[in-house]
Design a protein around this ligand. Structure first.
Ligand code: IMP
Length: 182
């Protein structure tokens, strides 16, 4: 059993649908460091969550962000702050005023079992559009992949393409091999 630590119900839904019964979701907040990259944040978070929670079962955390090409990757690791301050409608409006609307979502899964800490990255490309759709969470309504935004997809459809699913896929492959070698 792996403990997926998040306070975001949208992430929990996607991880549970992807990983199935082998995962228990735990709502636990830990202090995140600020960094220009997702990887150190996920690495630190995995260790902090493992140390902060009681129990020996491994934990995974998930740090994600929206990287807009025309803004040199901004908001990237600052996505949460920008969503809370500007809001996704304004981000879309500003991005749609640029000549290039390409963007990507990235996610890094951090794993810690007390002795091993590892990270696994996933990425998906798309473009910024005016908000469409009621599903998903965060920036999903303004991120179009193919001809639909992530907010116009079911959890399963989003998982077939998303940055999070790709990172979870890499984690799951590593974890199976890691457990066998124990
Ligand atoms: P964090 O990983 O929880 O720190 O999320 C950073 C920011 O990215 C927050 O504003 C989230 O709402 C947003 N975010 C993270 N993952 C996704 C996603 O899969 N879709 C849309 N927005 C996301």
């Amino acid at each position: 059993m792996v403990r997926y630590v998040t306070s975001n119900p949208g992430k929990a839904r996607e991880a549970a649908a992807y990983l199935g019964t082998d995962v228990e979701t735990i709502d636990y907040e830990y202090l995140e460091p600020q960094a220009d990259d997702l990887e150190p944040v996920a690495r630190y978070g995995a260790r902090a969550a493992f140390d902060g929670l009681s129990g020996d079962e491994p934990v995974i955390v998930d740090d994600a962000g929206l990287f807009i090409e025309a803004f040199d990757g901004f908001p990237g690791p600052y996505s949460s702050y920008v969503e809370d301050t500007l809001g996704i409608e304004l981000v879309a409006e500003i991005a749609r005023g640029a000549t290039d609307q390409r963007a990507s979502f990235r996610a890094v899964i951090g794993y810690c079992d007390g002795s091993v800490t590892e990270t696994f990255a996933g990425r998906v490309r798309g473009q910024i559009v005016a908000p469409r759709g009621d599903g998903g969470f965060g920036y999903d309504p303004i991120f179009e992949h193919g001809d639909r935004t992530f907010a116009e997809m079911s959890v399963e459809e989003k998982n077939a393409h998303s940055h999070r699913a790709r990172a979870l896929e890499r984690f799951a492959a590593w974890y199976d091999a890691h457990r066998e070698s124990d």
